[in-house]
Design a protein around this ligand. Sequence first.
Ligand SMILES: CC(C)(COP(=O)(O)OP(=O)(O)OC[C@H]1O[C@@H](n2cnc3c(N)ncnc32)[C@H](O)[C@@H]1OP(=O)(O)O)[C@@H](O)C(=O)NCCC(=O)NCCS
Length: 154
Amino acid sequence: MSFTLRGLAFEDIETIGRLENELFPTDAWPLEMFYTEFFQPDTRRYIVAEVDGAAVGYAGVMVIDTTADIQTIGVLPRFEGQGIGRAMLTELLDEARRRGAETVILEVRADNPRAQQLYARFGFEQIHTRRKYYRDGVDAWVMRLVLAPAEGTA
Ligand SMILES: CC(C)(COP(=O)(O)OP(=O)(O)OC[C@H]1O[C@@H](n2cnc3c(N)ncnc32)[C@H](O)[C@@H]1OP(=O)(O)O)[C@@H](O)C(=O)NCCC(=O)NCCS
């Protein structure tokens, strides 16, 4: 199976909303949130992973000053475990570096070891726990990565 990554287009948003409901049944973003994010390209970048022309994953980052925040990342269950998550996170971290970020933070459910392990492999460390952060009462881990400078900018 091969996949490609590209920037999120306005026309993708309804599809991404459907993926969101499938991937995050208790914490899904309303569709308006994706539109709001989409229309802030100065501080946001969203990408879509495609297989055979269909969106199977998406991810986004916000960068303000020197701090980046991974807003979301998800891959449909039948396409997991094939490197799409890793590729999207790599792309978002590259984008964060290009935009001058020095640190990256994210929140992840305390009961989501798979995502935590993905982040840990990139060097993210848990720095804080937000008690009962999610709608169903589950804690959030706040994880942080200190970025190495982009090549050629040191
Ligand atoms: C977390 C998530 C984005 C990872 O996406 P993915 O495409 O499966 O990730 P990858 O295929 O790049 O795999 C990442 C790592 O997980 C490992 N992995 C593969 N299958 C796995 C499995 N069944 N269980 C645990 N780890 C697995 C891979 O070996 C890979 O390790 P590596 O980077 O050392 O090679 C995806 O599982 C997902 O969308 N989960 C539901 C939504 C979610 O929880 N999002 C995160 C919110 S904070």
